[in-house]
Design a protein around this ligand. Structure first.
Ligand code: TYD
Length: 394
């Protein structure tokens, strides 16, 4: 079987690819390497990356979406070029052809393609070699979506459409779509079940909700064999340091203030990334086509508890905590009823049993996140803008 893993160089994607390769599966990764996609995430498996000849270096959005105006000014182009140079330093980038794709799959079971899921020609070309699609690729950061939603709409919705069309014409065996618990909106006093209405409240979750329903529509309209997963907040190694847990660890290690939004009593249900990987394998094996499955970590914890737990593990003072202005449209709580996937045999780790190892991974792999913090000028600009605009005390 050959898997196409979109976003396979990102956080959850690369953790999943690692498992596939260890199980001897064949994998094509398609990743835009915008910012969270990182060749270092797959370093242990390859130093070769394939670039389609038609790839536009300036911006990954290709001709078929040219009706969208893209604001690309010179400083952005320079910034992107510099970022790429550093990002792929020490790695080989070679041209993607049918021959290079086939020989890489044959020799290493893996081919990592630099490209965007909105690129119809590229997606159709790759899909011809694929049996199962696991679709992780998405813009994922709520805070960024609040500053600028356009990339979320393009990648998360349009990109999903392009994949669905290609999957339909190549008759793939299964299309697993990785959605999110955030499509339900905030949970007040109950846990969401799969059939509950969706009610997304920020541009990120609204884009994911659009993609989620489009995938389902393709199963209803065209009989595409899809399965939709709605996992809760993932945590683990290789998570880009913009999300709560890696933000806390990496800032604490540098003795920087830890920004806690509002009162910090918001609740997220933390799911270990390896458990997400297990859930995907489980639904591929036993899941029902056309169904939605919630995946919960069953670790509902307040943000402030998560922050204090990590500070304690790192032996850092709680004085680093700084309560800052709350995120607009901030969902107070996410909570899932995941009995449907538990009945297939799913189980998940307790937050307290894995967080120490996760913290240790970031302590032991400083090279990984220090390089990101140092090279990613766009990330620095985001951090400066986001945290300065939200700097006031609540
Ligand atoms: P995040 O990791 O961004 O995931 P999501 O918003 O998709 O759930 O945030 C998790 C929670 O942590 C959320 O309630 C917002 C909060 N948060 C902070 O308090 N400070 C931060 O610096 C970040 C990034 C998040």
């Amino acid at each position: 079987m050959t898997y196409l893993v979109t976003g396979g160089a990102g956080f959850i994607g690369s953790n999943y690819v690692r498992n596939l390769l260890k199980n001897g599966e064949r994998v094509i990764v398609l990743d835009a390497f915008t910012y969270a996609g990182n060749p270092d995430n797959l370093k242990e498996f390859t130093d070769r990356f394939f670039l389609p000849k038609s790839y536009t270096e300036v911006h990954p959005i290709r001709a078929d979406t040219s009706s969208w105006r893209i604001d690309v000014d010179q400083s952005w182009v320079e910034m992107t070029k510099n970022r790429w140079k550093r990002k792929f330093e020490g790695y080989k980038i070679t041209e993607l052809t049918q021959k290079s794709l086939d020989s890489s799959l044959k020799d290493t079971n893996l081919a990592v393609v630099i490209g965007n899921i909105v690129d119809r020609d590229l997606v159709q070309f790759l899909m011809k070699s694929v049996d199962v699609v696991i679709h992780f690729a998405a813009e994922t950061h709520v805070d960024r979506s609040i500053l600028r939603a356009d990339e979320f709409v393009k990648t998360d919705i349009y990109g999903t459409y392009v994949l669905l069309e290609a999957a339909r014409s190549s008759k793939v065996e299964k299309f697993v779509h990785v959605s999110t618990d955030e499509v339900y909106g905030q949970a007040m006093d109950k846990k969401f079940k799969e059939e509950d209405p969706i009610n997304p409240r920020n541009p990120y979750s609204a884009s994911k909700a659009g993609a989620d329903r489009l995938v389902w529509a393709y199963s209803q309209t065209y009989g595409l064999p899809v399965i939709i997963l709605r996992p809760s907040n993932n945590f683990g190694p290789y998570q880009y340091p913009e999300k709560l847990i890696p933000v806390v660890i990496t800032r604490a290690l540098r003795n920087e203030e830890i920004p806690v939004y509002g009162d910090g009593r918001q609740v997220r249900d933390w799911l270990y990334v390896q458990d997400t990987a297990k859930a995907i394998d489980l639904v591929i094996e036993k899941g029902r086509i056309g169904e939605v499955y919630n995946i919960a970590g069953r670790n509902e914890r307040e943000n402030i508890y998560v922050v204090k737990t990590i500070l304690k593990l790192l032996n850092k003072s709680e004085r680093l905590i700084k309560h800052v202005k709350d995120r607009p449209g901030h969902d107070r709580r996410y909570a899932l009823d995941d009995i449907k996937i538990r009945e297939l045999g799913f189980s998940s780790a307790r937050f307290e049993d894995v967080i120490e190892d996760v913290v240790k991974w970031y302590v032991d792999n400083k090279w990984w996140w220090e390089k990101i913090l140092e090279m990613d000028t766009e990330y620095k600009a985001f951090v400066e803008r986001w945290y300065s605009e939200n700097a006031e005390q609540p």
